[in-house]
Design a protein around this ligand. Structure first.
Ligand SMILES: Cc1cc2nc3c(=O)[nH]c(=O)nc-3n(C[C@H](O)[C@H](O)[C@H](O)COP(=O)(O)OP(=O)(O)OC[C@H]3O[C@@H](n4cnc5c(N)ncnc54)[C@H](O)[C@@H]3O)c2cc1C
Length: 504
């Protein structure tokens, strides 16, 4: 594919770089964008990779040290790059192993593409110029730098940042964040004081699992809010002969889910999904954010945790010589002096990012983030949307975008079903516009867990049915837009013009 040469008018600008592609964000979304770019650009083309963090890896760099992948590791990758770990596919990679794989992916990509890495660089703004886009960044020494790029991909992804400890009135408890307190070592390891995990999601489960297996018998309590249910990992990634029979491919479930969802029946959807594919260790489970847990992990946690409180913690206060947990409901519970309070409340729910559309009016800017999501996962967006960009289809396809941030704030229960409907709808449009090689090279596809005859049947079924499902999916997404009052629909021209100018 021919690249448009960037016209640079830089007589009064110092230190202007030029490149064919500038990617902001060295997480899994950015790596997938680079992988795809390596399919279109030759080694003689220049690509700049910018990230404010100190290395490749995105949120995995500063997420809590005992985090593990939720999913079998082979499908957590860039494009179809294989892992060098040499472990069974069901193995849940640790943080260091994930970071090693990110480095490996970048090295593989650099075999095909010249990538100039700029870490500690902050993207600040971009504006359209003739033949491309002018990007302004802040370098680590504080100086402002300009990059003229033919294309810009802002792969901000989920913008997960480390959690801070929760602030409480009481000074008699020790409030920590898993991101700065490794529960396996240091003071918390030496202490025998009770632990209270605040939160019921994936981080809370990882923390509870680590604590109950590292310190059997220690008092570990869970303040689980409304409770969370998870996808049962064994259902979609079964072992042995169930890979061949008696299990459901994730793609089959997605089709089934989308047929059941009408945009307004999220309570029935949650009940159905939880009963059919879910697992949870709390008696109630109001939340579902696509986290994954196995029955075995669930049983271990449930067996090791002392008390599960279905409450929202508001504060911890000292009263009459005693210390109490104070809940939103007005209830209280005594807490021992010196107890550890671990903030495992959501990484994904507190963010407040500015809206920007997923592409600019000229199609020279692609933005992969939660305010204009086009698929369920940012890795998939990095992969498929970059293909669309290089195929000059970004502006052509009437993709729907969904504002996941608004959706989380307005109706969290709808989010997972709306995300699946969005992904199915947009994938259907993409399937008609992209060569089949794009799908064949997509190593992110969860169906790859299954032997090829089964996943081939899944792929053929999708190709045969996706056009028939389109009207229903559009109606579902339109219903979600109206009912939940969220941005959910095709881009308007005005939106796309705003994209190039949107700052980081
Ligand atoms: C605890 C936890 C566990 C998870 N486990 C899984 C899992 O098992 N499987 C799964 O699929 N997902 C998982 N996720 C979701 C996870 O967030 C994604 O999988 C993924 O790694 C996110 O990648 P990303 O590229 O979208 O975003 P990030 O990893 O956040 O990368 C975006 C990058 O962009 C950079 N950036 C943003 N803005 C700027 C700017 N203005 N200037 C410079 N740089 C900028 C950031 O520094 C960052 O490095 C998990 C999430 C959490 C919180």
């Amino acid at each position: 594919m021919e690249e448009v040469a960037v016209s640079v008018n830089s007589h009064h600008i110092s230190q202007t770089d030029t490149c064919d592609l500038c990617v902001v964000g060295a997480g899994i979304a950015g790596l997938n964008a680079l992988f795809v770019a390596s399919r279109y650009l030759g080694r003689n083309r220049k690509v700049l990779l910018i990230d404010r963090r100190p290395r490749v890896g995105g949120m995995w760099i500063d997420t809590y040290p005992y985090v593990r992948l939720h999913q079998p590791h082979p499908m957590f990758t860039a494009g179809n790059i294989g892992w060098t770990l040499n472990r069974e596919p069901s193995y849940l990679a640790s943080k260091d192993e994930v970071l090693d794989h990110f480095s490996h992916c970048l090295a593989e990509i650099k075999d095909r593409l010249t990538v100039d890495e700029r870490y500690g660089w902050e993207f600040e703004s971009a504006e359209p110029i003739l033949g491309g886009v002018r990007v302004v960044c802040r370098a680590p020494d504080g100086s402002s730098r300009t990059i003229d790029a033919a294309r810009l991909i802002k792969a901000y992804g989920l913008r997960v940042t480390p959690n801070e400890p929760l602030a409480f009135s009481s000074a008699r408890v020790r409030s920590v964040s898993p991101d700065s307190c490794d529960v396996r070592t240091g003071e918390i390891a030496e202490s025998t004081a009770p632990v209270y995990i605040v939160g019921g999601g994936k981080t809370a489960m990882d923390t509870a699992h680590t604590l109950v297996t590292t310190y059997p018998g220690r008092q570990v309590n869970l303040v689980a809010g409304s409770g969370t249910f998870f996808t049962d990992r064994d259902k979609f990634f079964p072992a042995g002969r169930r890979r061949w029979v008696g299990s459901t491919l994730l793609s089959e479930m997605a089709v089934d889910m989308c047929r059941r969802f009408d945009g307004a029946n999220e309570q029935q959807m949650a009940a159905w999904y939880r009963a059919t594919y879910g697992t949870s260790m709390t008696p109630q489970a109001g939340n579902f954010l696509l986290g994954v847990l196995s029955q075995a992990e669930n049983t271990t946690i449930a067996g090791g945790v002392n008390e599960v409180m279905m409450e929202h913690l508001e504060d911890i206060v000292d009263r009459d010589g005693h210390t109490e947990l104070l809940f939103r409901s007005g209830a209280t519970a005594p807490v021992e002096d010196g107890s550890w309070i671990i903030n495992c409340t959501g990484y994904l729910t507190g963010a407040d990012q500015p809206y920007e559309p997923y592409t600019s009016s000229g199609g020279t800017v692609l933005s992969i983030q939660v305010r204009s999501a086009t698929m369920h996962l940012t890795s998939f967006m990095g992969y498929f949307m970059t293909h669309l960009m290089f195929l000059d289809q970004l502006r052509e396809l009437p993709l729907y975008e969904l504002d996941m941030q608004e959706m989380l704030q307005r109706n969290k229960t709808v989010l997972p079903y709306a995300m699946f409907a969005l992904a199915q709808y947009n994938l259907g449009l993409m399937a008609d516009a992209m060569p089949s090689k794009v799908f064949r090279e997509c190593g992110l596809d969860f169906d790859r867990w299954y032997p090829w005859p089964r996943r081939t049947v899944g792929a053929v079924r999708f190709m045969l049915n996706h056009r028939r499902e389109r009207d229903h999916l559009r109606q579902v997404l339109d219903t979600v837009r109206v009912r939940c009052d969220v941005r959910c629909g095709p881009l308007s021209h005005g939106d796309a013009t705003a994209c190039a100018a949107a700052a980081g």
